[in-house]
Design a protein around this ligand. Sequence first.
Ligand SMILES: Cc1ncc(COP(=O)(O)O)c(C=O)c1O
Length: 319
Amino acid sequence: MGMTSKYIWMNGELVEFEKATVHFLTPALHYGIGVFEGIRCYATDDGPAVFRLEDHVNRLINSAKVLGFTNLLYSAEEIADAIKLTVAVNEFTECYIRPLIHLSGGGWNLNVDGGKADVGIAVWEWSNYLGADALQYGVRANIASFTRHHPNVMMTKAKICGNYANSFLAKTESLRLGFDEAILLDPQGYVAECTGENLFIVQNKKIYTPNLAPVLEGITRHSLIALAGDLGYEVTETLISRDQLYTADEVFVCGTAAECIALREIDFRVIGSGNMGPVTKELQQAFQLAIHGKHPRSAEWLDYVNVAESLPLRRAASA
Ligand SMILES: Cc1ncc(COP(=O)(O)O)c(C=O)c1O
């Protein structure tokens, strides 16, 4: 995966990719004290468009609030503008977008108030997070031996950098065991989410998903619930047990990086027919249309990037 680009936005400056570095003693590196977002920009007939930009930026600001950052250097509007600028100056028609707010100094007495929160935005070309065939054939998953965070241990509504040690443990275990993705159970033993995706099951044409208590409030999850409603499906938030996964007609997962992907096998049990099921397929297709500007929902969800407007800035940055 190539993660290169021309510029990374750092505290208001467009910094050349090679020069966008941080010091070894950055506290975020030692303690995971930062919050981030994963956003995507898609190619459309009207140019690059960022999917649900405002919702992602609001979640970023809320994550910062949950972690305890105060007096952020930039407002939500400024961060949203900076995101569009970073996409434009890098001249990508499609890319993944990674804003990060992190403790950049101080904080060695384990106090977020002791330091300053820097803001950066990187973009790169990233297409198939769960592999090239995942979209069409689905992937194989296991139940992780690790439990998802208890919400009063690591708050799951926030995308806090340190939270992802839990995802790293589960995902590494999953890949080493020969699976593609891990499903984590909540502290009560019910299905929570995957390492970077929310999860749904389909039973008798009805769709179920874990309630939001122990999981990240996924923006793709929210989008798929809306699309499912448009298509006439009933979606219920409920407790889901491990064995309900095994016997479901379909299981699918969703996230900004993964998009909408079927789970065709879990813990060596074939799910449904062993292929992507019809409901998953219908939702995946609707989602693909929406992100590419070809669905009635697109107008509400896409934020178009004005590449021409960024031309003077591009010139200034490269001068
Ligand atoms: C733990 C976790 N759950 C769910 C998701 C899906 O969220 P979204 O659809 O907003 O990307 C993500 C990805 O950000 C995640 O990291």
